[in-house]
Design a protein around this ligand. Structure first.
Ligand code: PMP
Length: 354
């Protein structure tokens, strides 16, 4: 830390992204990326758009916003596109929370929520999940705080049905409820159909997972036009050109090629269930997942040891050190071939092969 670093940030513990090692080529199952490349339309559009990189991007993301609105059956003024969904989450924390209005979220969930809260000097309430890693919704009724829920949750993969979330949105009419649907395309029910009915609901999504564009950094939020207007105030006060030209065109073409991406999501769901069955056959406890990853624990080897041994063998998974989940690893679903490599390596490790 330099002697110039503001005191207001000096205690901040930044978010730790999943490792992106460069020492060798891994079977990379640690950051929930899609194993499938972007569609052809995306490549071609990006190449052409590169000729216009000397010009600023459209601050309103007009074309992409309209396409997202059409795709999800809402109006363009109910959509805000951002630089990854991390950005819209941060904007929402900035816009709707402060030192008086805190935010509540689960103890086991996306690690960035507490970082955004600390960054913005927001008090947060941590609500423990039940022992089986499900949410007890009654903990979220009539809260003092705003709420953020990842659905499906990360890193567990467990999803709540839409009508359960609706109950909690309804029971907190004067609080903003943010539903983070980064993984929704892998089998959960989206809350977007509820945004017409509830002006306190913001749904966030990303192109990083089902739309194969983690490196393109596109996220978006859907909510009432008033919530979106507030988020725009934050955006235009921080970075009006937050989504670059190449990403805007890539996002637009990805929506045009929706069928390709939704088919890939179906393939990933199939591979997930195949992997789950095989892990269970090896004695793993595997949580029921509606995401593009599995959260699994072995009865024969602890979580950290398995993670390290897999890494030595060229397979990267994600291990978290929080005591409640230290026995588990989060395994991204890749192609069937990648998952077969994982399963073979796990078998070899359990059989004590060198
Ligand atoms: N929400 C959840 C639950 C996530 O796991 C992630 C990915 N790390 C994000 C949001 C943010 O993803 P991105 O910024 O790539 O859209």
């Amino acid at each position: 830390m330099s002697r110039f670093f503001s005191g207001k940030y000096s205690l901040l513990t930044p978010y730790t992204p999943g490792e992106q090692p460069k020492d060798m080529k891994y079977v990379k199952l640690n950051t929930n990326e899609s194993p499938y490349p972007p569609s052809k339309g995306v490549y071609e559009a990006v190449r052409k758009e590169a000729e216009r990189l000397h010009l600023y991007s459209d601050p309103e993301c007009t074309e992409l916003t309209q396409k997202i609105a059409n795709r999800y059956g809402v109006c363009a003024d109910q959509v805000l596109v951002t630089n990854g969904s991390d950005e819209i989450l941060n904007f929402a924390f900035m816009a709707f929370c402060d030192s008086n209005r805190g935010i509540a979220f689960a103890d086991i969930t996306y690690g960035f929520y507490s970082v955004f809260a600390e960054l913005n000097n927001i008090k947060y309430k941590i609500i423990p999940l039940k022992d089986d890693f499900t949410i007890d919704l009654s903990d979220y009724y009539e809260l003092e705080e705003n709420i953020v829920i990842a659905n499906p949750n990360a890193p567990t993969g467990i999803a709540l049905p839409r009508d359960e979330i609706e109950k909690l949105v309804r029971s907190n009419p004067n609080r903003v409820v943010i539903v983070d649907e980064a993984y929704v395309d892998f089998g959960a029910e989206s809350c977007v159909p509820l945004v017409e009915k509830y002006d306190n609901l913001l749904v966030t999504m990303t192109f990083s997972k089902s739309r194969s564009m983690a490196g393109g950094r596109i996220g978006f939020g859907i909510g009432s036009k008033e919530l979106i207007c507030d988020l725009n105030t934050i955006k235009y006060s921080t970075n009006p050109y937050n989504v670059n030209r190449l990403s805007q065109i890539a996002g637009s073409r990805a929506i045009d090629d929706d069928e390709y991406y939704m088919n890939n999501a179906k393939k990933i769901i199939k591979t997930r269930e195949y992997t789950k069955k095989n892990l269970e056959a090896l004695g793993f406890e595997v949580l029921s997942s509606s995401a593009n990853f599995l959260f699994a624990k072995s009865d024969k080897i602890n979580g950290e040891e398995l993670y390290l041994k897999l890494k030595q063998r060229g397979v990267l998974v994600r291990h978290f050190t929080k005591p409640k989940i230290a026995d588990f690893n989060r395994i991204t679903i890749g192609t069937r071939e990648q998952m077969d490599v994982l399963l073979t390596q796990i078998k070899a490790i359990l059989e004590g092969e060198k």
